[in-house]
Design a protein around this ligand. Structure first.
Ligand code: NCD
Ligand code: ZN
Length: 334
């Protein structure tokens, strides 16, 4: 049987949530990933050293062997002194959510000018700024493009600040990244590489594919696939796996977020194989991101088998991406 063995991947954008379900989501990630960069948009948010270290401990207790890389949320009025403290406590990124842009982001930032002194401290400390780059007041399909102006200003005002543009979703963002200095990089998700608006709502509405930024046009998907499959040196994998309870996704008010980690590697392997780029998958999921963050490369491996596998219908009360579909690759149990 055909197999594919990769250096164990990292998921550099991941939501694990809190409470009873968190352990199940963390163990699901641990099946495919050695490390995950856990997003801080919990309730309350991760925004101080004690809260962050407690959350990390809880995650790692639930999923032994999985390393939780930690993030803190940038909030209006934050004291710049927090940056050195968070760095000392091991935070890898400070995350900027524009206010109201996505799930649990009502307390976010309305302009980067609100947190100038915090960004200056991050630049000084060598802390990475991670950005959900959508302008919440722009029409939904134009939110990412509308945010590029703000990004240009941040890059201009903080020329040494390392920045990750999260979950890039359109061709203009890929072109924009080309114009950025080498210390600006981007993450790409599985769902933005695979789906378009037509998959989301061209037929019956698929709430489990609804996320922010929303999946876009075929030319956008194609630009992402071409960039990633050609081995773009500043694009790396972040699943943005974001489980929501089934009832809330299928009810009258569907929160944004796609639960991608259970099927992430099989879906990526199918895509890279179809593109004739299977040899590039390891760089995308296991090397480029780790190098950008200055992390050691993982020493373990992950083996995928070319064998049909049907994605479970529900995990931890949430419906994973491609639920019920039969994929041609599966993760071999280690
Ligand atoms: C994420 C979530 O549910 O926490 N949702 C999403 O649609 N991607 C938040 C985020 O990363 O935007
Ligand atoms: Zn996210």
């Amino acid at each position: 049987m055909k197999t594919l063995t990769l250096r164990k991947p990292d998921d550099l954008h991941l939501h694990l949530r809190q409470g009873d379900v968190m352990g199940e989501y963390a163990r699901e990630s641990a099946r495919s990933f050695a490390r995950g960069l856990v997003m801080p948009n919990t309730l309350p948010p991760v925004c101080d050293p004690a809260g962050m270290l407690k959350y990390k401990k809880e995650i790692e207790k639930e999923a032994p062997g999985f390393e939780a890389l930690m993030a803190f949320k940038l909030l209006p009025g934050m004291d710049p002194g927090i940056v050195a403290e968070m760095k000392k406590a091991g935070a890898l990124i400070g995350k900027l959510y524009p206010a109201g842009a996505t799930t649990n982001a009502e307390d976010g930032i309305s302009s980067y000018r609100q947190i100038r002194d915090v960004l200056a401290a991050m630049e000084e400390e060598g802390m990475v700024l991670s950005i959900h780059g959508e302008h919440p007041e722009a029409p939904v399909l134009e939110r990412e493009i509308s945010y590029l102006k703000e990004l240009k200003d941040i890059i201009r005002d903080f020329p040494k600040l390392k920045i990750v543009l999260e979950h890039l979703s359109c061709s203009e963002s890929i072109a924009f990244l080309e114009s950025c200095p080498g210390h600006v990089a981007g993450t790409v998700t599985t769902h933005h590489l695979l789906y378009t608006l037509d998959d989301l709502m061209g037929g019956a509405l698929k709430p489990h594919l609804f996320c922010k930024p929303v999946v876009k046009r075929e030319e956008d998907r194609k630009a992402l696939v071409d960039a990633v499959c050609s081995g773009h040196p500043r694009l790396f994998y972040g699943s943005d796996s974001a489980p929501h309870p089934r009832a809330s996704k299928e009810g009258g008010s569907c929160g944004a977020g796609a639960f991608t980690s259970p099927a992430a590697l099989p879906l990526l392997a199918e895509l890279f194989e179809k593109e004739g780029a299977l040899d590039r998958l390891e760089d995308f999921v296991s090397r480029i991101g780790a190098e950008f963050y200055g992390l050691p490369l993982n020493s373990g491996t992950l083996t995928l088998k070319k064998e049909n596998w049907t994605v479970p219908g529900e995990i931890g009360g949430a419906v994973p991406l491609a639920a019920g579909e039969t994929l041609s690759w599966r993760v071999a149990e280690s």
